[in-house]
Design a protein around this ligand. Structure first.
Ligand code: IPM
Ligand code: MG
Length: 358
């Protein structure tokens, strides 16, 4: 097949890990006879430096007219002044909104070879296989009004949490459909005991659940969910939740695997729309430019891109198998290495996966 892929390396370690992902795409293209064409565009801090905006129109245009978008990471201390008028994260948020990628799939699965990296006991993490479905283009991240003002009581800030029925229903449907191809269970996470928005969320969730009688369904409050993720993570199959709860719980869940550097994500819109694929880790400015970052989350995001963005299921599986093989052979980047072992660098890890593929 032919596919047009936009690469957004972004900031920090972004460029290093995206270039390894590109290596893997090239290998996939050769091995399976696809024609992938690439265009690179800027987003985040680098775009602020070069163009004064976190998502230049040219970058957005390139993304909108491509078949899939792969992003490295955005942000860094250089741009993190809370009073700055533009911030790198705005670029990512606008991109998600413009692409209308409302469903963010964040799988949390423990690679057998890395089970020891988890801070949890082996018996707790053994069967963990969770698919987070985080609502990505609504909720408190996008609600208006938002702002800050001076008041007689001093500085004040406000955000708005709002979800409408349509936004809730479509992301719930993604979760139920996914559950059908997995272990058949959906957990909807809300805060219906306190927030009016979340009572609407729960009501709509029950309506959708009634349309999927074959799927086991439960509601869990977000605070309890935070606890269960540590206490009994293997009980979850698909977890669906709003934008901010999903942001927080998916970082928490990533630690079950012990390795934030391993976790990919896919942001999807309506079927056929351009998806956005990115590792869930950040720009890691402390190790940027040293060639030691773990590229596997981005490589696994590339696998998600092949599967969910381009419909290339066999190719996606081959990339995931290649990653497992490389880990099983004992290769580790610095974030995963055991004391006394030598770590492989970013490029070497990319080369190893590419070699395992070919
Ligand atoms: C994530 C990140 C982003 C988010 C930031 C960088 C805007 O934390 O993708 O989880 O909060 O969505
Ligand atoms: Mg986050």
């Amino acid at each position: 097949m032919k596919a047009k892929i936009t690469l957004l390396p972004g900031d920090g370690i972004g460029p290093e890990v995206v270039s390894e992902a590109r290596k893997i795409l090239a290998e996939v293209a050769t091995r399976y006879h696809h024609q992938f064409s690439y265009q690179e565009a800027i987003v985040g801090g680098i775009a602020i430096d070069e163009m004064g905006t976190a998502l230049p129109e040219e970058s957005l245009g390139a993304c909108l007219e491509s078949d899939a978008v792969l992003l490295g990471a955005v942000g860094g201390p250089k741009w993190s002044d809370p009073t700055a008028p533009v911030r790198p994260e705005q670029g990512l948020l606008r991109l998600r909104k413009e692409l209308n990628v409302f469903a963010n799939l964040r799988p949390v699965k423990v690679f057998e070879a890395l089970a020891a990296a988890s801070p949890l006991r082996p018996d707790k993490v053994k069967d963990v296989d969770i698919m987070f479905v985080r609502e990505l283009t609504g909720g408190i991240y996008f609600g208006t009004p938002q702002g800050r003002e001076e008041t007689p009581q001093g500085r004040s800030g406000h955000d708005t949490l709002r979800y409408n029925e349509h936004e809730i229903r479509r992301v719930l449907e993604v979760a139920f459909e996914l559950a059908r191809g997995r272990r058949g269970k959906v957990t909807s996470v809300d805060k219906a005991n306190v927030l009016a928005t979340m009572r609407v969320w729960r009501e709509v969730a029950h309506e959708v659940a009634a349309e999927y009688p074959d799927i086991e369904y439960e509601d869990v409050l977000v605070d309890a969910c935070a606890m269960y993720l540590i206490n009994r993570p293997a009980d979850f199959d698909v977890i669906v939740t709003g934008n901010m709860f999903g942001d927080i719980l998916s970082d928490e869940a990533s630690m079950i695997t012990g390795s934030l550097g391993m976790l990919p994500s896919a942001a999807l819109g309506v079927p056929g729309a351009t998806g956005l694929f990115e590792p869930i880790h950040g720009s890691a400015p402390d190790i940027a430019g040293q060639g030691i970052a773990n590229p596997l989350a981005t490589i696994l995001s590339t696998a998600m891109m092949l599967r969910w963005g381009l419909g290339l299921h066999e190719e996606a599986g081959a990339v995931e198998t290649a990653v497992s093989e490389v880990l099983n052979a004992g290769n580790r980047t610095v974030d995963l290495v055991n004391p006394g072992e030598t770590a492989v660098g970013t490029q070497e890890m990319g080369d190893l996966v590419a070699a395992a593929l070919s």
